[in-house]
Design a protein around this ligand. Structure first.
Ligand code: AQP
Length: 333
């Protein structure tokens, strides 16, 4: 049976290799299966949980749509839209915030990481972010949600919220409890500068990530400067437990090459790091450069990108508005 897929990406600029390998590459495979109904959302309401420049946000929304399409998502097969265009997301988030429990949200590690030491100054939205994410998913009866490993905890919270709503209002299976779709291997791509931190758009150093808009020179330079250790290339996968940076680079290679970590380790064992880095650069250029060129081409055609969003909003709204109406009826409004 086909799956109902929902997933989102924040338009916070610099979409990178982590977003691609952890999420977007998977979106493309799901989009290509004719049995699936896919919805891919540019989650602009999520983006404003931290300060955004309005002009940049507008550009980043278009750039995210361009990245989806350049990566291979077909807007004729999948719905692509921006979250703020469909009012039910904000309404749903409020209603579900009355279902979610403080204790559940207090356990969310992303808030702790993003708020840092100065939690008092974080926005309320950053704290309640996972509730909005639950509304996004539940409004479309999504059965499966493809995300990177970093979003697993939020998805578990979404499942808890759906189950509590169904129990509280005696509505068996009214809210579909979704399953996460997380790749088993390479589901978390780490920073090129620190193998213990995830690759992220908001990291200050551009050298920490491969952006999907990077050209050949930028990719080669970043891989050349990527942190490694002084040891020779590993000869076993177990060795990588202690060698985070080497693990990350070998993982990126394997993921791009659709091979296992074991075969990549075997392939490069005994060779030197610079040879591996050259081959990694070549593979990255081969996979990322066509996407990067296509993004730039699409960004020159704003009316096309805006039309896709507009049509997507219309389709998404026709689904979500019905669901929110039912939710309101159930609540007694
Ligand atoms: N490093 C990563 N490895 C694997 N998957 C990742 N994702 C993000 N970073 C990695 C996945 O990409 C999808 C979209 O993420 P997002 O843009 O909505 O938010 P995020 O997870 O907060 O990404 P960033 O890069 O860390 O953004 P900022 O810095 O703006 O907060 C998600 O499925 C995510 O799992």
């Amino acid at each position: 049976m086909g799956k109902k897929i929902f997933s989102g990406v924040q338009p916070t600029g610099n979409l990178h290799l982590g977003n691609y390998l952890g999420a977007i590459k998977n979106f493309v495979d799901l989009n290509n299966d004719p049995d699936n109904d896919c919805i891919f959302c540019v989650v602009d309401l999520h983006a404003i949980t931290v300060k955004q420049d309005p002009k940049e946000l507008k550009n980043n929304i278009r750039e995210t749509v361009a990245t989806f399409i350049a990566s291979g998502i077909d807007p004729k097969k999948s719905i692509i839209f921006n979250q703020s265009g469909v009012a039910a997301h904000s309404e749903g988030a409020w209603i579900l915030s009355c279902v979610a429990r403080m204790g559940w949200l207090n356990r969310m590690t992303q808030f702790k990481e993003k708020a840092g030491k100065d939690k008092e100054k974080a926005s309320v939205g950053l704290y309640s972010y996972p509730v909005l994410m639950a509304a996004d998913i539940l409004l479309y009866d999504a059965t499966h949600v493809p995300v990177g490993d970093d979003q697993k905890q939020h998805l578990e919270l979404c499942r808890d919220i759906a189950q509590k709503f169904n129990n509280d209002f005696d509505q068996d299976n009214f809210l579909q409890v979704p399953e996460p779709l997380i790749q088993k291997e390479f589901s978390r791509i780490m920073s090129l500068k620190d193998g213990s931190k995830k690759m992220s758009k908001s990291e200050l150093s551009d050298l920490s990530r491969i952006n999907l808009t990077d050209d050949r020179d930028a990719i080669e330079n970043k891989i050349k400067k990527a942190k490694t250790d002084p040891l020779p290339m590993p000869s076993s996968v177990e060795e990588l437990n202690e060698r985070l940076e080497a693990r990350n680079l070998l993982g990126i290679y394997s993921s791009l090459n659709n091979s296992t970590l074991q075969s990549t380790v075997d392939n490069f064992s005994g060779k030197n790091f610079s040879e591996f880095k050259n081959q990694l650069s070549d593979l990255l250029v081969k996979k990322i450069e066509p996407i990067s060129l296509e993004i730039k081409k699409l960004l020159n055609d704003r009316p096309y990108l805006d039309k896709i969003l507009l049509e997507g909003v219309e389709k998404a709204n026709s689904i979500a508005s019905k669901k929110i109406d039912r939710i309101k009826e159930i609540l007694g409004f």
